[in-house]
Write a protein that binds this ligand. Structure first.
Ligand SMILES: *[C@@H]1O[C@H](CO)[C@@H](O)[C@H](O)[C@H]1NC(C)=O
Ligand SMILES: *[C@@H]1O[C@H](CO)[C@@H](O)[C@H](O)[C@H]1NC(C)=O
Ligand SMILES: *[C@@H]1O[C@H](CO)[C@@H](O)[C@H](O)[C@H]1NC(C)=O
Ligand SMILES: *[C@@H]1O[C@H](CO)[C@@H](O)[C@H](O)[C@H]1NC(C)=O
Ligand SMILES: *[C@@H]1O[C@H](CO)[C@@H](O)[C@H](O)[C@H]1NC(C)=O
Ligand SMILES: *[C@@H]1O[C@H](CO)[C@@H](O)[C@H](O)[C@H]1NC(C)=O
Ligand SMILES: *[C@@H]1O[C@H](CO)[C@@H](O)[C@H](O)[C@H]1NC(C)=O
Length: 420
C-alpha cells in the first residue's frame, strides 16, 4: 500500500472513492510487475545449477542481502557486487532500477526480486529478471562493466497504429533522441525519455536505459541494437519493449498505464476507472490472466456481462464490504473505461455518481482492450507451442501473462554464453 498511496492523484473524486473503498485499502498488495525472465533451462545440463547448501548458494544469499541493503542508497539506482573469494563459487550480481522510480519503489522492487527470482528460476547459476520498476541479474561469471546483448527479450502490444507512415516518422525521431541522450548522459544515470505527437490526440512515448557500468559507446551500441529490432518485430505496433541484459527500450502509445501500470498526475477518467478495478480486485491490470481473460479489464467485463461482477472482489475481502457499494463502484469503473472516450463520464459526473445512491447509472459499453483477450490468448498459445517444439539449444522459459503485451516467438534464445 505504501506503493500505491503516493501515486494517487489528489483529486476530489478519488477522495470520495477512497472513502467508498476505505475498508479495502489496507489489504492491497502491489508487487512489482514481472516483465520478462531469462531463466536458462536447467534440465539441459547439471552444471548450470548449483547444489543445495553449496558454497555458490551461500555466496548467492550474501549477494542478495548486499544488493538488498544497497537498494536504499545506490546512486543512479544501480549497484553491483561479487560475493565469495574463489572461482568457481563467486556469485556476481547487480540491479538497475528504472531511471524515474523513487528510492522506495526501487528498494521494494529489488528486495522482492531477490526472493521472487529463486522461486521463478530455482537453483539456476544465472538469471536475469525484469520488472516494471527494476532489473536484477546474477551469474557465476563476472557481468559488471561488460556489454551483454547475448539475450534479447521482446514484448509487444499487438494493436497497430492506424497510420504506419506517421508512426514511423515519430518513432525515428524519438528513438534517435533517447539513444543519444541516454548514452551521453554524464549524470551517471544512462536514462532518457521522450514524447512526440502522433496525432492531435495521441502521443508516443519512448524510454531508454543502460546499466551505468558500461561505457557510453557500449550503451549507444546496445540501444542501437534495440532500436534496429523494431522494424522486424514491432513495425507499427502500439507498444514494444526490447530488452537486453545491458539495456532496454520501449516505444509505446499513450495512455501511460499501458507501459507503466501506474498513474501519474495526468491520470484521466480512464486511469481512475482502472485504478478502482485494481483496488477492488487487489490485482494489477497488467499481468493479470484468469479464466480465459487476458487482463483485469477483460475479466471484469466478462464477469459483468455474466451478471456476477462481485466475483472480481479479492476473496480476502469477503464479508468486509457492502456488496451493493462495491457493485456500484465496479459499475462506475466500467463506465470510466469504455472504449469510446466520448461515452466516458466526466470526472464531475463520476463524483456525482459516487455520491448518489439511487440514481440509475447508464449501462457500460464494451471497455478498452476487450478485443485483446482473444488475440492475446492465441498469441500466448502460439508462443508456448513454439517452446514445446523447440530443440535443445533453446533455453528460454516463458513465465508471464500480460494484457496486450505479448512475447515475440522470434526471439528469446541466448546467443552467447550457452551452457556447454
Ligand atoms: C524439466 O524437466 C522437468 C521434469 O522432467 C519437466 O517437468 C520440465 O517441464 C522441464 N523443463 C523444461 C523447461 O523443459
Ligand atoms: C558458470 O556456469 C557454467 C554452467 O552454467 C559453467 O559452464 C561455467 O564453467 C561456469 N563458469 C565459471 C567461471 O565458473
Ligand atoms: C541444507 O542445510 C539445511 C540447514 O543447515 C539443512 O536443514 C538441509 O537438510 C540441508 N540440505 C541438504 C540437501 O543438505
Ligand atoms: C548503503 O546502506 C547499507 C545498509 O544500510 C550500507 O551497508 C552501505 O554501506 C550503504 N552504502 C553507501 C554507498 O552508503
Ligand atoms: C499518414 O501520415 C503521413 C505522414 O505524416 C501523412 O502524410 C498522411 O496524410 C497520413 N495519412 C492519413 C490517412 O492520415
Ligand atoms: C503536441 O501537442 C500538444 C497539444 O496537442 C502541443 O501543446 C505541443 O506543442 C505539441 N508538441 C509538438 C512537439 O508538436
Ligand atoms: C535447433 O535450433 C536451431 C535454431 O533454433 C537450428 O539452427 C538447429 O538446426 C536446430 N537443430 C535441430 C537438431 O533441429
Amino acid at each position: 500500500m505504501d506503493n500505491l498511496l503516493p501515486k494517487i492523484p489528489r483529486n476530489k473524486a478519488l477522495f470520495v472513492c477512497t472513502v467508498c473503498l476505505l475498508s479495502l485499502i489496507p489489504i492491497i498488495k502491489a508487487d512489482p510487475v514481472l516483465v520478462y525472465i531469462e531463466c536458462p533451462n536447467t534440465n539441459l545440463s547439471t552444471t548450470s545449477t548449483y547444489a543445495p547448501n553449496s558454497t555458490y548458494q551461500t555466496n548467492l544469499n550474501t549477494l542478495f542481502s548486499v544488493l538488498s541493503a544497497n537498494s536504499n542508497n545506490a546512486s543512479n539506482g544501480f549497484y553491483s557486487f561479487a560475493a565469495g573469494s574463489s572461482p568457481p563459487d563467486i556469485a556476481y550480481g547487480l540491479f538497475l532500477c528504472r531511471g524515474d522510480v523513487s528510492i522506495t519503489a526501487c528498494r521494494e522492487c529489488v528486495i522482492f526480486a531477490t526472493k521472487d527470482v529463486v522461486e521463478r528460476c530455482p537453483r539456476s547459476k544465472r538469471v536475469t529478471i525484469w520488472y516494471d520498476e527494476c532489473m536484477l541479474r546474477y551469474s557465476n561469471v563476472s557481468i559488471s562493466a561488460t556489454l551483454d546483448t547475448g539475450f534479447q527479450g521482446i514484448l509487444y502490444n499487438p494493436e497497430n497504429f492506424a497510420n504506419g507512415t506517421r508512426f514511423r516518422e515519430v518513432l525515428v525521431e524519438i528513438m534517435d533522441d533517447i539513444r543519444d541522450r541516454a548514452s551521453s548522459d554524464h549524470s551517471g544515470r544512462k536514462f532518457a525519455t521522450a514524447e512526440a505527437n502522433y496525432s492531435l490526440l495521441q502521443r508516443v512515448y519512448g524510454l531508454a536505459q543502460c546499466t551505468p557500468d558500461i561505457s557510453n559507446s557500449d550503451c549507444n551500441t546496445c540501444l542501437q541494437n534495440c532500436i534496429s529490432t523494431f522494424p522486424t518485430c514491432c513495425n507499427t505496433l502500439q507498444g514494444a519493449r526490447i530488452l537486453f541484459p545491458s539495456c532496454y527500450v520501449s516505444g509505446y502509445m499513450s495512455p501511460e498505464y499501458a507501459l507503466r501500470g501506474q498513474f501519474s498526475i495526468k491520470s484521466d477518467v480512464f486511469s481512475f476507472g482502472l485504478l478502482v478495478l485494481e483496488i477492488i480486485s487487489g490485482k494489477k491490470n497488467y499481468n493479470f490472466y484468469q479464466d480465459g481473460a487476458a487482463g483485469l479489464v477483460s475479466y471484469a467485463w466478462k464477469l459483468w456481462t455474466r451478471g456476477t461482477p462481485l466475483d472480481l472482489m479479492d476473496p480476502t475481502l469477503e464479508g468486509s464490504y457492502a456488496r451493493n457499494k462495491v457493485t456500484r463502484c465496479i459499475h462506475i469503473s466500467l463506465l470510466c473505461i469504455q472504449d469510446d472516450p466520448g461515452a466516458r463520464p466526466s470526472m464531475a459526473t463520476v463524483v456525482q455518481m459516487l455520491n448518489g445512491d439511487s440514481a440509475t447509472l447508464a449501462l457500460p459499453q464494451k471497455p478498452v482492450f476487450v478485443d485483446w483477450s482473444s488475440t492475446g490468448s492465441n498469441r500466448i498459445e502460439e508462443v508456448e507451442s513454439d517452446q514445446s517444439t523447440s530443440n535443445q539449444t533453446s533455453e528460454k522459459t516463458v513465465d508471464y501473462k500480460m494484457l496486450g503485451w505479448m512475447t515475440s516467438p522470434i526471439v528469446g534464445n541466448r546467443i552467447s554464453h550457452l551452457d556447454a
